[in-house]
Design a protein around this ligand. Sequence first.
Ligand code: NAG
Ligand code: NAG
Ligand code: NAG
Ligand code: NAG
Ligand code: NAG
Length: 573
Amino acid sequence: MGGEKTRPMWWQTLPTMLVLATIGSASDGAICPARCHCNDDTLTASCGSAALEVVPIQLNPEVRHIDLSDNKITHVSFTFRFYNFLVTLDLSSNKIKNLGSSNFDMQHNLKQLNLSRNDIEKISKDSFKGLRAVTSLDLSHNKLEELKSETFRELHSLQVLKLSQNRLVYLEEGIFKSAKHLQELLLDHNLFLELPTGALTDTLNLRFVSLASNLIKSIKENQMPPLPELRTLLLQKNLINEIHQSSLSGLLALDHLDLSDNNFTVIPTPSLTKLSNITKLKLSGNFISTVPPVAFKGLFHLRFLRLDRQEILERIDTRAFVDNINLERVWLDDNIAVDRLPTRLFHGNPRVTHLSVRNNRLTNIEVTHFPLDQLRVLKLAGNPLECNCSLSWLWHLIQEQKSKRLFDLGNDTSEEEEGVSPGELVVDLEDIRCAGPEPLSDVLLADATESQVDCSVSWIAAVSATLTALFIVVIVGGLLYWGPIKRACAKEKELAGVESRCRNKSVGACSNGRSEPFENIRTDKCMIAPPLIHHDYRTLPSWDPYSADCAGNMNIYEHLDLNNKTRPHIVYV
Ligand SMILES: *[C@@H]1O[C@H](CO)[C@@H](O)[C@H](O)[C@H]1NC(C)=O
Ligand SMILES: *[C@@H]1O[C@H](CO)[C@@H](O)[C@H](O)[C@H]1NC(C)=O
Ligand SMILES: *[C@@H]1O[C@H](CO)[C@@H](O)[C@H](O)[C@H]1NC(C)=O
Ligand SMILES: *[C@@H]1O[C@H](CO)[C@@H](O)[C@H](O)[C@H]1NC(C)=O
Ligand SMILES: *[C@@H]1O[C@H](CO)[C@@H](O)[C@H](O)[C@H]1NC(C)=O
């Protein structure tokens, strides 16, 4: 509405201004509006944020570059006819609603036209008439709902087209028929429901396409035309849950694919396999529950892989990345359901240098999880780590890094994507906290004392446990070995008599509640115990109450046990 009002007013003043402009140039003095900076050497007029409501028409008619960004301009009708040598024109951040018809038709030299951040709703088929030299056209942040297929028909030189942040639902077939040199196409933050297949079939030189933040649900067969030069395809923040397995096969040069924040429940391995030249793959923020073996089959050039923010991911197979022999950096952060990693997960990836596994649910991280000798950066913060002896390797790593830092004064390792101090492994030690055990809960692992994560105590325990186990094995083995011999002897020797006595008497004598559980064992042992230990009677308090004969027999058993200090084990095992 404002536009409609100002336009007639301005129109009335046009003849006067025309005269002024003519006089100005004739008398070697173009008029530069008060808040503009004009430079007649560079032929530049900088009128950014000058509170202008109309395009100034009395600038030097030779002007090459006009910056009118961030003003209150509402229309462009008949304004640029005065400047036929423009090379760049910035009209961004104004209030233009309508571009009208043929308002740029004299701009045969214009290369860059910025119309972003206006209120443009419609572009007529002649709006861009004459712009045959334009290489870069920015129409982002407007209110475009549709574009006629003739819109860009004269823009033969167009290389970069930005249509981000509009309300586009589709693009008409053939809209880029003339734009043979289009290399970069931004269609992000619109309302596309599927890929604009018909429009993309003509853009054989496209190198970069963004369709991020749209409403695309799937990529069906033949929806992605072959784009032999395409290097980057951004599809993050859509609703994609399937990609037909042959639909990406025409993207032979694709290097970077972003599928983050979509609706994938499985890794689309068969479709991705076709992308043999890909080096960067992002799958963050999907609903993938397992990473199966060879999930990224055939992606031998893959170097950067983001598999973070998978809220329901639980399992990663040991062989998940075996094909990706060039893998360098892997992000597995915020996989909040992952409570363990398979051992040797990256041992088939000799080039892995950066691993980030922050904010998972890992309680224990074993040294075998990571190829430490080749890693340069390892991030583990935000896991509920149980800082026991199993983490002493990490503690030692951290202490080593801490001590290095003292010498390496001040060079903050705020590396993000790029280089780190060469040759050394850097751990995010400022953020690695323990969740337990008790004295260490919520303590930085870096602040734990050596004795708190020391393995020596448990080492002794482990050794004594091993020795005990060894004893048990020896005893059981001994029993098994000696048993049959004894049994054979017992048939011929006096122990047969002892045995029968034992049976007869002990069944009666020993049948009080206390000894019942041992009864069978006892009679068994009567038979299998070796005779050579018969002599020692010294320790039998609990069995004493029983009959002498029985006790005599029991002695054999008792003695054997106590001798080895493992009686409870043997009795109950
Ligand atoms: C157009 O202007 C906007 C806002 O000033 C700016 O962010 C954008 O980078 C410009 N576009 C081009 C292609 O230079
Ligand atoms: C694959 O990538 C390499 C390096 O980026 C590039 O030189 C090569 O041309 C690409 N292959 C194809 C088929 O485009
Ligand atoms: C995408 O996934 C979310 C979460 O699983 C679900 O709520 C939504 O309905 C899905 N959308 C589509 C279009 O499949
Ligand atoms: C340390 O804690 C982890 C996680 O609870 C456990 O799996 C591991 O066996 C523990 N290690 C030792 C030596 O106790
Ligand atoms: C930190 O590293 C940068 C580049 O690696 C170097 O220029 C700078 O001198 C270093 N600073 C200190 C204090 O060592």
